[in-house]
Design a protein. Structure first.
Length: 265
C-alpha cells in the first residue's frame, strides 16, 4: 500500500497533524529527518491525494510500504466512548457493553471514520440529539458510514451516504449490514451537486475548504425546518464556513480537543 508522507517544520507538526486528522486518517506517525525537519506518515486509503486540497507549504510524496506494518495501529484500537450510553467499537475488538449502551460496530477498512476522531465524536453526539424517529438523513463524506449508520440506529427512517472515495461504498454497506441497518441505508459516490430532494438532517464532516465549496448545495439539501451539522472544522478558525452557509444560522456549537461540530438551521 502507499503511505502519504508529508514534510513539515517541527513548529508545524501539530497543525499539519490536525489537518491530516481532519481528512479522517486513522493513524499518523511522526519521524524526525536528518535535516531537522519532521515527516508525518499516514494513509489516505483509496483517496487520490491530487483530489484533496492539501496546503502547498507542506510538500507530500507517496511511499510504498508493507501493509502489515501499516496496520499495526489496529492492535491498539479501543472502543470509543462517544457519550455515557454510546460507544463505537472497532469491529475486531471484543467489548462487553454495559446494559443500555448503544454500540456501533465499525470496520473502517481503507476508508476514513474509525469513530475516534473528535469531529466524528462531535458529529455523532449532534446526530443523537437531532435524529427523531422516522426522519431522513444525508451523510456527506460518509467514509466508513459511521454517521449514517449511527443515524439509522438512532431511529432515522432512512439515510443516504455519499463520498468521493470509491472505497466508502462497499465499506459503508458492510458496516450497515453489521449494524442491522442495511435496509435503511443507501450509499454511493454520487456528487452532492447531483443529490436531489431534501433531508431532515444533513451531516458533513469534511475539511473547511470543502465545506465552503459545497455550501450552496449543503443549504439546498436541508429540508425546511431541518438541520445541518458541519464538522471537520477548528474551533479557532471556522467563521468563514458559517458565513458561506448563511442564511442558515447556528443553533449549537459543540467543541472537543480544539475541533467543533456546528449545528445550523
Ligand atoms: C473526515 S472524513 C469523515 C468520515 C466520516 N463521515 C466520519 O465522520 O468519521 C471526510 C470524508 O469526506 C470525503 N470527502 C471529501 N471531499 C468530499 C466531497 N466533495 N464530497 C463527498 N465526500 C467528500 C472523504 O473522502 C472522507 O471520506
Amino acid at each position: 500500500m502507499l503511505a502519504f508522507v508529508v514534510s513539515v517544520r517541527p513548529e508545524d507538526v501539530e497543525v499539519a497533524s490536525d489537518a491530516l486528522w481532519g481528512l479522517g486518517v486513522v493513524a499518523v506517525e511522526e519521524r524526525a529527518t536528518a535535516d531537522g525537519g519532521v515527516e508525518l506518515w499516514t494513509s489516505l486509503g483509496d483517496t487520490d491525494p491530487t483530489t484533496i486540497e492539501w496546503p502547498a507549504q507542506w510538500p507530500w510524496r507517496l511511499v510504498e510500504v508493507d501493509e502489515r506494518v501499516a496496520d499495526t495501529w489496529r492492535e491498539f484500537a479501543e472502543p470509543i466512548v462517544v457519550g455515557p450510553d454510546l460507544v463505537v467499537r472497532p469491529a475486531w475488538v471484543p467489548y462487553d457493553a454495559p446494559p443500555g449502551t448503544t454500540v456501533l460496530h465499525i470496520e473502517p477498512g481503507s476508508t476514513f471514520g474509525m469513530g475516534d476522531h473528535p469531529t466524528t465524536i462531535l458529529s455523532l453526539r449532534a446526530l443523537r440529539r437531532l435524529v427523531t424517529p422516522g426522519c431522513t438523513v444525508l451523510d456527506v463524506g460518509c467514509g466508513s458510514g459511521v454517521l449514517a449508520i449511527g443515524a439509522c440506529v438512532f431511529g432515522a427512517a432512512s439515510a443516504v451516504g455519499i463520498d468521493i472515495a470509491p472505497a466508502a461504498v462497499p465499506t459503508t454497506r458492510a458496516n450497515a449490514a453489521a449494524n442491522g441497518v442495511a435496509q435503511r441505508l443507501t450509499v454511493s459516490t454520487t456528487l452532492l451537486g447531483d443529490v436531489t430532494g431534501t433531508f431532515d438532517v444533513v451531516a458533513a464532516n469534511i475539511l473547511a475548504p470543502t465545506l465552503v465549496a459545497l455550501a450552496p448545495d449543503l443549504r439546498r439539501v436541508v429540508a425546511p425546518g431541518g438541520a445541518l451539522v458541519v464538522s471537520g472544522i477548528l474551533a479557532a478558525a471556522h467563521a468563514h464556513v458559517l458565513d458561506a452557509l448563511a442564511p442558515l444560522h447556528v443553533v449549537a456549537t459543540d467543541e472537543l480537543d480544539g475541533w467543533v461540530a456546528v449545528t445550523l438551521r
